[in-house]
Design a protein around this ligand. Sequence first.
Ligand code: PGA
Length: 267
Amino acid sequence: MDKVYFGTNLKMYKNIQDTVSYLNELTELTKDLDRSKIELFVIPSYTSLPDAVKIENRSLVRLGAQNMGWEEQGQFTGEISPLMLNELGLDMVMIGHSERRHVFRETDQEENKKVLCAIQHHLDALLCIGETEEEKEYGLSDEVLRTQLIAGFHGITSAMAEQLLEGEPKIRVAYEPVWAIGVNGKPASVEYAEEKHRVIKACLVDLFGELGNRIPVLYGGSVNPQNAEPLIAQDSIDGLFVGRSAWNAGPFNTLIRSCLKRLSTEG
Ligand code: PGA
């Protein structure tokens, strides 16, 4: 991969004012980092997005929504359509975060409709996948990851994949084991994360041929200042998708810089 990816999902935490101050601080702190080498993205709450897209250093951070309905308009009370996200000038949309799948019971079929809809509306799709603790204990992790990928990207033809993956990749994957996420999560070991990233990459090659290797695969789930560096140093981990450890701009900037330093010393 030519780039390293660092992103955060702000979940249902920061209000408009906090989001804007956070983005201003984060872009200021990281403005010297070459954006042809790193991508920085932030996924705020819906209500913060109209102000988030107006920040001064907008070109330094890619912005996305945490979810999206899969129809352009209609009788879908409470949903936000791709046209509404386009109207804001967003770059991306996160699809199938573990909390969407497990708290709100979204299915693989629904995530797939959202992925196809995002592509159609020129929003980069960040598909989140991950096995539960029980699936892991039953030895089903690889099958679950493959199922979520095959279902999530169903309907993307080779011709589409070629378009989506020429230049900046417009589909991405975040591997976030459900048992590793949030305050009660236990971070995956570096070895386990790398092993599952290999399974994911092999599946992406099964789906899209060599082009599959161009899809960035990010690790998420209790990334912290201690495990960030060894994780990013793994061959199959192209970036980090960070929750709690990224929600203050100073520590997130430090984490990013320590990862970049580690990568540069490893050559
Ligand atoms: P966490 O969140 O880093 O706080 O575990 C990760 C996520 O939900 O994306």
